[in-house]
Design a binder for this molecule. Sequence first.
Ligand SMILES: Cc1cc2nc3c(=O)[nH]c(=O)nc-3n(C[C@H](O)[C@H](O)[C@H](O)COP(=O)(O)OP(=O)(O)OC[C@H]3O[C@@H](n4cnc5c(N)ncnc54)[C@H](O)[C@@H]3O)c2cc1C
Length: 414
Amino acid sequence: MSKIAIIGAGASGIMAALVASNNDLEIDLYEKNNSIGKKILISGNGRCNISNINLKKENYITQNPDFVENVFKRFDFNNFKKFCENMGLYLRVEQDGKVYPFSNSAKSVIEIFKENLKEKKVNILTDTVVNEIIKKDNNFIISSSIGIKKYDMVLVCVGSYAAEQLGGTLVGYDIAKKFNHKIINIFPSLVQLETNFKSLSILNGVKMDAKVSIVGIREKLKTNGDVLFTKYGLSGFAILDISPYVCKMLQNSDSVVLSVDFIKKYNRQELLGIFQKIQKLHGHYSLINLLVGFINIKLSKALLLELNLNKDVKIKNIGLKDMRMIVNMLVDWRFEIKKSHGFKYAEVCGGGIDTTKIKDKTMESKLVNNLYFAGELLDVVGKRGGYNLAFAWSCGYLAGLSIKKKSALKKRSF
Ligand SMILES: Cc1cc2nc3c(=O)[nH]c(=O)nc-3n(C[C@H](O)[C@H](O)[C@H](O)COP(=O)(O)OP(=O)(O)OC[C@H]3O[C@@H](n4cnc5c(N)ncnc54)[C@H](O)[C@@H]3O)c2cc1C
């Protein structure tokens, strides 16, 4: 009987264990937390944005987009849907192709997975930390907090360094390096960004719908959605969505400048025209009266503070130059970003194990036979919207299937 170790009971490890399991295999699923799937449980604010129907390479940042495409060619959303329905886990598709469990509850996902792992007799070792993996002859020796065990095949899917409080770790990269795999520099993704300007403290908690872009890059990269001001900088969906690109750029530069358009509906010229009309009709308005018709009052005050303009001055006394400055700031407010809020607060990590040395059909290492890697540990990070769990399910599935097939072949050859 083949002995298999799966290190990490997250999305990819759980999927691999379910697919690989059969009577000819003994599977140990190691998990350092006291229960399985902690990140799944917290995903999508407890609703679990479990996948997305648009699983295309364009929705991922990686040095090897073909790898992502090939993984999804072999296990796409429809395959995943069928797999879930066979377990009695039904799904619903929402806006932008985001997929959630029908129950709208991450807890139900974990419950169903737990029940199926039990049914398939997977040996779940919670509260067990794997410290080292060594290959000796044709076996792998695993040292963990419960001792030393020998295996025929090992799948490492311990996840990325993001969100240490939920299990995030650097250990997977270290294991891969010991087996001569190259690591593409990691960076936090889907994370808040830190910035510094004088009125930040008064803006804490202010949320505005906006369009965000990176200044000075040729790519037409724009995100849309909430921008939320916090004590340390910027958050909200538009910021999280642009953060992977910002954090990747921060690896090679001291700062990145964001342009935030708080108006969206009108361009500079149109907005100036509207302001001039209001100026004519309501010259007695103060500057702050003019701005609150368009943006939050705290943001209006901060904008005037940044421009050194008196909020109480009557708009009939405002010249064209100052009016243009105000308009420019509203449609193109610049924020210098020097760092993200850090790996601890990131949902995911970009970078990871270089996938050119991983077989895209099976997730087996091209350098070491019978050693597999899957999930977020690889150099593949998705956009917000269920893309990261989707990738973890798909590569977990392929790894599990390959392990199952290999052990069946091994049995036949005896
Ligand atoms: C707050 C938050 C919200 C998210 N929301 C979504 C969402 O809605 N949709 C989406 O698609 N993605 C979401 N993600 C990302 C998604 O959860 C991950 O991409 C996905 O879980 C990665 O799966 P994985 O199997 O690669 O790793 P993980 O799910 O991270 O699993 C790895 C497991 O390995 C364990 N482990 C680590 N080291 C060891 C060790 N030495 N020994 C034993 N066990 C170990 C960890 O404890 C962990 O349980 C979210 C992430 C976070 C942090």
